[in-house]
Design a protein around this ligand. Sequence first.
Ligand SMILES: CC(C)(COP(=O)(O)OP(=O)(O)OC[C@H]1O[C@@H](n2cnc3c(N)ncnc32)[C@H](O)[C@@H]1OP(=O)(O)O)[C@@H](O)C(=O)NCCC(=O)NCCS
Length: 271
Amino acid sequence: MTDADIAEVDAILMAAHLVQSSYAKILARNFHLTPDCWWVLEQDGHTVGVVGATDFGPFAHIGLMAIHPSQQSGGVGSILLQHALDELERRGLDSITLYSTDAGLGFYPRHGFVWQGISTEWQLRKRKAHSRHYRISATKDIARIVAVDREVFGGNRSALLAALDGEVPGRTLIAEDARGAIQGFVVAQPKVLGPFMALSKQAAADLLDAALDLEFDGEPRVALPDAHADAESLMAGAGFVPVRTSRYFVRGKAPVQRRDLMYGQAAYSLG
Ligand SMILES: CC(C)(COP(=O)(O)OP(=O)(O)OC[C@H]1O[C@@H](n2cnc3c(N)ncnc32)[C@H](O)[C@@H]1OP(=O)(O)O)[C@@H](O)C(=O)NCCC(=O)NCCS
């Protein structure tokens, strides 16, 4: 894939996912994080499919896989995905994660992916009162966050966090304890809270509450990486309701992550 493919790929994503809103902005951002991990499939001079991954170091995350509806179920998705997996393996990436729609439930297991669990997406319905324990502030010090995040996420998100900070300046919040040690962070994107991780449920609740003081484009959403009890009860207690589920798949070695401390994905396409 190159920059010149973005408009055509955007049209495929919109048609395949049956949505009216453009993917162009997130597509361009994700593509530029690791441009050599994106591939398009062409047939008779036309682009018919796309798959892209983000290389986080120890593992890669596949996002935004789609085949144009006119070409689906004819085997082209399998050809494209297999090509991507072979290329990723050639780069030494034998640990691949992804979140899938229901259409992927039959598709990804045929390509060696193993279903690990459910991710639930929540949306704010009615904000509840909350008293904070930790000090919350906005930061531009991405390196400080990355040091904490690496242990929890199990990969290097510095390029992604820097890109997000450029897109939404002043909306990366950290929770610090009385000694100034980081207890968690959240990026308040215009519609989504994530990446979002915290070393305790209290720190997560404080970050969530502080983020809700900001302005959003519609009611904010949070996609929990795993439907673990702390995260689910936190969201329910803060006045969010579940709106959607997706499936978490891993191929090869599972990344070494603290998924119990992960509260919000950057996007399904980024983990
Ligand atoms: C999922 C997708 C990438 C697969 O590409 P494809 O070219 O259709 O894949 P293949 O022809 O190699 O394999 C087809 C298999 O995909 C699955 N599949 C495809 N479309 C499906 C749908 N609408 N519902 C359920 N499963 C579906 C099935 O397992 C199917 O096998 P079958 O036809 O024997 O039942 C493509 O269908 C697509 O873009 N779907 C819409 C967008 C999407 O959901 N993207 C991926 C999720 S992250």
